[in-house]
Write a protein that binds this ligand. Sequence first.
Ligand SMILES: Cc1cc2nc3c(=O)[nH]c(=O)nc-3n(C[C@H](O)[C@H](O)[C@H](O)COP(=O)(O)OP(=O)(O)OC[C@H]3O[C@@H](n4cnc5c(N)ncnc54)[C@H](O)[C@@H]3O)c2cc1C
Length: 310
Amino acid sequence: MLADYPTRPASCNEEEAYMKPFNVFTPRSVSDASLFLEKNQKDARPIAGGTATVIMMKERILAPNYLIDLKKLKHLSYIKFNKVKGLRIGSLTTHRSIETSRAVAENYPALREAFASIGNVRIRNAGTIGGSLAYAEPQCNPPTILAALGAEVVLAGVKGIRRVDAHKFITGIFETKLKPNELITEVRIPRMPSGSSCKFLKFTTRSEEDKPSATIACYLQIDAKHVCSAARLVVGAVGPRIYRCKKSESILIGKRLTNRLLADASEVCTDKIEALDDIYGSPWYKLEISKVLMGRGLHAAWNEIKESQS
Ligand SMILES: Cc1cc2nc3c(=O)[nH]c(=O)nc-3n(C[C@H](O)[C@H](O)[C@H](O)COP(=O)(O)OP(=O)(O)OC[C@H]3O[C@@H](n4cnc5c(N)ncnc54)[C@H](O)[C@@H]3O)c2cc1C
C-alpha cells in the first residue's frame, strides 16, 4: 500500500523544505517488504523507529523516494526466553521494551544495562534493536553487547533467511552485511551457562545521555576446575566498527584467572583497533579509556562467577 507523505507546509517551496517529499509503502509481510526493496533498490529505505533515518533525511544525507514502514509488521516485536535455547528478540522490539523486560533483567543483566543506557527515554521508546544494528553507527551500544553474548542476527531477503554472527555483522561506519533486499528480522542470544558472566560498560565525557567515547562488553565462562573455558571481549565506539579482542581472549582461555592475567588481557584489548579522532575524544584517549573499562568489566565478571561458585 502506497501513500504520499506531506513533508512541508503549503507556504514553503521545495527549495526551502528541509526534507525531500517521499512516499510511504506499508508492507503486509517481511517478504512484501523485501520484494519492494528488491524492485526499488536505489529509491527505497526501510524505517523502524525513525530515530536515525529522520535525522538523516532532515540533513538530506538520505533522500529516498519511498520509506518502507516496518512498524506495521507488529509480529516482529517480541522477546521470547527459553532456558535451553536462550533469548529471541524480534527486530522491531524497542530499546525500552528490552530495558524493561523481566526475562532480560533476570537472565541477561548486561544486555539490560546496554539498552537502558542508550541516549534518553524518548530515544529508547522509539528506537529498535534492528534499527540500531542496521544503522551501524560506531557509537551504538547494542553491537558491542550482542557480540560479547555470542548473538546471531537473522536476515530475511528474496532468496530466503540467513544468520550472521553479531561480531561480524557490522563491517564499517554505516556498513553491514545486509544485502539490498534484506531485512533484519530477529536477534538470537544463546543461554548463559552456569559459571558464566557478562558485563557492559559505557563511558561518556559530557552527559550520561551522550553517545559514548568507548563501550566494552566482556563475557567469561569458568569451569568447575576454575579454568576459563570461554571468553568474548569486545570494544565498541572507539573505531569504525566493534572489535573482538582475540589477543586478550587468548591470554585468558585455558588458564586459572588471576589479577595479573586480567591486567595483561586489559592492557592488550585495544591491539589492532583503528581508533577514530572525533568529537568523542582523541584516538589515544579512547584507547586508554577502553583498557580501563575492560579491566573493570573483567574483574566484575570474574568476581560474580567466584561468588556464584562459592
Ligand atoms: C539524541 C540521540 C542519542 C543517542 N544515543 C545513543 C546511545 O547512547 N547509544 C546507542 O546505542 N544509540 C544511541 N542513539 C542511536 C539510536 O539508538 C538509534 O538511532 C536507533 O537505535 C536506531 O533505531 P531506529 O529503529 O530508530 O532506526 P531507524 O532510524 O528507523 O533506521 C536506522 C537504519 O536502519 C535501517 N533499518 C531499520 N530497521 C531495519 C530492519 N529491521 N532491517 C533492515 N534495516 C533496518 C533503516 O533503513 C536505516 O538505515 C542515539 C540517537 C539519538 C538521536
